[in-house]
Ligand binder design. Structure first.
Ligand code: NDP
Ligand code: BG6
Length: 487
C-alpha cells in the first residue's frame, strides 16, 4: 500500500525563495491540515546552521493567515518547527547527501516514505545538485511504496540549447514524470482565473481578437532592487528571470485559443500552439536597461553595480521590454508589449487589453477625445479585474469621464486568498501537473527570445541606465512610439 509519509527536501533552504515563500506556504498547508500527518522538512544549503538556527530563521517568516487565534497559531508553529531539520553541504557533493540521508534515516528510521525534492537554488547548480543527489542513492526508492518527485525552479537553462541540455542531463536522474517545472505565476489565483474569465463569460470571446483589441500590454514591475540576490540574478538578468517565464505564460493564457476541454493536456496544447505562433523577437524590438542610483543619491537606492555581490562592470539587464507579434488570424498585427524591471517607480503586475478607438463619433465636440476602453487583469499588488468605460458625469450638462467597472478580489471574496506556492506545492504532493510547464512548452517559450538574446550578447549592446525609482530607460518610450503605442 502506498505510504502517506512525506519528506520534503529543500535545496537552497537558506535563500530568499525558501525562506520567504516555500516554508511559509508549507506552514499554511500544515495549518490547514493539507499535508500528510507524518511529514518532515529537511533544509539543505552551504550556510552552516544548526536545526535550532534554521528553525529560528524560518519562524521569522511564518504567519498564521489561516489560524488567527493566538493559542492555536502558537501550537501550529511549535509543531511545524519541530518537523524542520537542516543539513549543510556543497550542492554538487555526493558525500553531503549521504549525511542528509543519514539525517533522514535518523528521523524516519527504515520506514518507506515519499520524497519531494525542491531545487530552490540558482539554476547554475541545478545539474551538479541533481547528479550528486542521484549518486547518493537518495532519489532511488521503490515506487510501489513511495514516490520521488523533483520541483525545478525557473529559469530552466539560459537559452534553448542549454535548456535542452539540462533536460537531457536531468532526465538521467529523474524521469519526466517525476519532474515538476514550476512557474509560480501559474499558481496565482487571478492567473488561474484567466481561462474562467475568458471562456466562462460568453461576452468576451467575440471581442477577444484583432478586430476589437488594439494592443495588449503585460507589465511586471518591482519597486525594489535585487534585494541581496546577486548570486543568482547577476548570472541571469531580468529577461531570463521574468520575461521568458512569467510574462510569456501570462501572454500564452491571454492569447491562446479555447481548448477542446479544460484539462491539463488540452490547455497545454493550446499554450504551446500560441507560443509557437509568436514571431521570434527581433533585437530592434527589445530594450534593456540597468538601474543607476536614484538621482539625488537617496540612501538605500544604490545603482545595480553598487549592490553587494554585483561586479562593478556588470552588463546584466535589470529591465527588459519587448514587442511581440503573434502570427495567427486572431492576433495578426496586434502588438503585445511585455515589460519587466526591478527598481522601478511602482510594484505592479498586470495584463491590459486596450480596445480600438470608438468608431462612432456621434458625441462630436462634447467628447472629442474619448479614451479607449480597457480591460485590466491586475495580479499585483492587489488582485482585481476592471473594465474602463466612458460614462456620462451626472449633471445637467453632457460631460464624459472615464470610469471603472471594478472587481477587487479582497472586497468581493471573503476568506484568505491562497498564495501561489501553497496551491502549487499541494499539487506536487497530490501529483497533479496541470499547472506545471511541459517540456515542449518550455522549448517554445525559449524559441521566442533565443535569437534576440544571442544577438544581444554578440553585439555587446550595453543596457541603458535608468534611475532607481523611475519608469525605466528612455528606449522604452521609443519602442512604444515605433509600434504606434501611446505612453
Ligand atoms: P538566492 O540568491 O537566495 O539563492 C538561494 C540559495 O542558493 C542561497 O541562499 C545560497 O545558499 C545558494 N546560492 C546563492 N548563490 C549561489 C551560487 N552562485 N552558487 C551556489 N549556491 C548559491 O535565490 P532565490 O532563493 O531567490 O532563488 C532560487 C531559485 O528560485 C532561482 O532559480 C529563482 O529563479 C527561483 N525563484 C525565486 C523566487 C523568489 O521570490 N526569490 C520566486 C520564484 C522563483 P547557500 O550559500 O547557503 O548555499
Ligand atoms: C521570481 C523572480 O520568479 O519572482 C524574482 O525570480 C521576483 O526576481 C519574484 O522577485 C516575484 O514574485 P512575486 O510572486 O512576488 O511577483
Amino acid at each position: 500500500m502506498a505510504t502517506e509519509r512525506l519528506a520534503i527536501i529543500i535545496l537552497g533552504a537558506s535563500g530568499d525563495l525558501a525562506q520567504k515563500k516555500l516554508l511559509p506556504a508549507l506552514f499554511s498547508l500544515f495549518a490547514q491540515k493539507l499535508l500528510p500527518a507524518d511529514f518532515r522538512i529537511f533544509g539543505f544549503a552551504r550556510t552552516p546552521l544548526t536545526d535550532a538556527e534554521f528553525r529560528a530563521r524560518t519562524a521569522e517568516n511564518l504567519t498564521c493567515r489561516y489560524t488567527p487565534d493566538a493559542h492555536e497559531c502558537a501550537a501550529f508553529l511549535e509543531q511545524f518547527l519541530a518537523r524542520c531539520h537542516y543539513c549543510s553541504g556543497e550542492y554538487g557533493a555526493t558525500d553531503a547527501y549521504l549525511d542528509l540521508a543519514a539525517a533522514l534515516q535518523a528521523e524516519l528510521g527504515q520506514l518507506t516514505f515519499n520524497r519531494l525534492f525542491y531545487l530552490a537554488i540558482p539554476p547554475s547548480v541545478f545539474l551538479p545538485a541533481a547528479r550528486a543527489l542521484g549518486n547518493s542513492g537518495l532519489t532511488t526508492c521503490d515506487n510501489r511504496h513511495g514516490w520521488t518527485r523533483i520541483v525545478i525552479e525557473k529559469p530552466f537553462g539560459r537559452d534553448r540549447a542549454t535548456s535542452d541540455e539540462l533536460a537531457t542531463a536531468l532526465g538521467q536522474v529523474f524521469s519526466d514524470d517525476q519532474t515538476y517545472r514550476i512557474d509560480h505565476y501559474l499558481g496565482k489565483e487571478i492567473i488561474q482565473n484567466l481561462l474562467v474569465l475568458r471562456f466562462a463569460n460568453h461576452i468576451f470571446e467575440p471581442l477577444w481578437n484583432r478586430h476589437f483589441i488594439r494592443d495588449v500590454r503585460i507589465t511586471w514591475k518591482e519597486d525594489i532592487g535585487i534585494a541581496g540576490r546577486a548570486g543568482y540574478f547577476d548570472d541571469f538578468g531580468i529577461i531570463r528571470d521574468v520575461m521568458q517565464n512569467h510574462l510569456l505564460q501570462m501572454l500564452a493564457l491571454t492569447a491562446m485559443e479555447p481548448p477542446l476541454h479544460l484539462d491539463a493536456g488540452h490547455i497545454r496544447d493550446e499554450k504551446v500552439r500560441v507560443l509557437k505562433g509568436i514571431r521570434p523577437l527581433a533585437l530592434e524590438d527589445l530594450v534593456t536597461g540597468q538601474y543607476a542610483a536614484a538621482e539625488h543619491g537617496i540612501g538605500g537606492r544604490p545603482a545595480y553595480r553598487a549592490e553587494h555581490g554585483v561586479p562593478a562592470d556588470s552588463r546584466t539587464e535589470t529591465y527588459g521590454a519587448a514587442v511581440l507579434k503573434i502570427e495567427n488570424d486572431r492576433w495578426r498585427g496586434v502588438p503585445f508589449f511585455v515589460e519587466c524591471g526591478k527598481a522601478l517607480d511602482t510594484k505592479l503586475a498586470e495584463i491590459r487589453l486596450r480596445f480600438h478607438d470608438n468608431a462612432v463619433k456621434i458625441f462630436g465636440a462634447k467628447a472629442p477625445h474619448l479614451p479607449p476602453n480597457e480591460l485590466v487583469i491586475r495580479v499585483q499588488p492587489d488582485e482585481a479585474i476592471f473594465l474602463r468605460i466612458n460614462t456620462k458625469v451626472p449633471g445637467l450638462e453632457t460631460k464624459f469621464a472615464p470610469t471603472e467597472l471594478n472587481l477587487r478580489y479582497r472586497a468581493a471574496f471573503t476568506g484568505v486568498i491562497p498564495e501561489a506556492y501553497e496551491s502549487l506545492l499541494l499539487d506536487v504532493v497530490k501529483g497533479d501537473k496541470s499547472l506545471f510547464i511541459r517540456a515542449d512548452e518550455l522549448a517554445a517559450s525559449w524559441d521566442v527570445l533565443d535569437g534576440a538574446l544571442h544577438e544581444l550578447a554578440a553585439t555587446q549592446r550595453a543596457p541603458e541606465p535608468y534611475a532607481y525609482g523611475s519608469a525605466g530607460p528612455q528606449g522604452r518610450a521609443k519602442l512604444l512610439a515605433r509600434h504606434g503605442l501611446a505612453l
